[in-house]
Design a protein around this ligand. Sequence first.
Ligand SMILES: C[S@@+](CC[C@H](N)C(=O)[O-])C[C@H]1O[C@@H](n2cnc3c(N)ncnc32)[C@H](O)[C@@H]1O
Length: 301
Amino acid sequence: MFELSLMCPEDCIEPVSDALDALDALSVSVEDADAQTDAEQALFGEPGMPPPKDGWQRSRVVALFPSEVAAREAQQLLVVQDFFVGCQVLGVAQVAEQDWVRLTQSQFAPVDITPDFWIVPTWHELPAQAVRSIRLDPGLAFGTGTHPTTRMCLRWIARNGAVQPGAGNNPLGRVLDYGCGSGILAIGAAKFGATDIDAVDIDPAAVESTAQNAQANGVQLSAGLPDKARGEYQTVLANILATPLRVLAPLLCAHVAPGGHLVLAGILERQAEELKEAYAPWVRLEVADAEDGWILMTAQR
Ligand SMILES: C[S@@+](CC[C@H](N)C(=O)[O-])C[C@H]1O[C@@H](n2cnc3c(N)ncnc32)[C@H](O)[C@@H]1O
């Protein structure tokens, strides 16, 4: 394949990108031409929302074509357009062949939650020390075990789910994973002996992914949209973000059985007080763990 690289000011990015699409480019990407230099500029947008601007004042636009002829034809047509004034052709170059599957897979290694509890991609051998493991491949839903918020929840499950010798029922009891993403927390709870588990998410793709991952791990759980959460649970896990967690406070607390545990993640250190206040009418939240600026907050009803 061949890529056509252009330099464009911000106000030309949209017409140039549209024209490249119309010229059958396989893909069009826009990068900060000053990336990795002192002039680099971050463009922050809200998760799930479009970026605040089309690009940077000096943007590198790269279009991929199946052949050199197609790339050069696109170049010839673009340079005579009115909107191309102010843009510049950087060149046409062949893209080296890569094993993309291998390259992607190499970025995901097994993750240890505790010395003997691991998250392991399916293409990896199980580490010898993995007494318990979750087999999970990166997919559309959040939760591969690499994010500190997920890891802290899983560490809590490992600490609290291990059955003491001679003890009867599993201490996690009935479990609700609220905002289940890939289902990693619900599956983790199952791996630590929980048998009655509901996993819910507002995103239908996450619900689908949770059901598939549960099946691949040989565990039983019930995945669905949030209205699938019914009644009281001994353990309620919610790794979302501080703002939705504040809004969800009455709902989540209503699902915690008397004596049960509430486990919240997705909270930054500086947000601890606002979360404590939001949950104060129902429970007393405490910081139970911290990693890379994120905290885990828990409470018992
Ligand atoms: C950070 S991910 C956590 C995924 C997984 N539980 C983990 O710990 O890795 C948050 C998930 O919460 C879901 N979510 C966000 N707001 C929600 C809401 N109001 N109700 C239910 N799920 C929600 C998102 O769709 C996303 O899948």
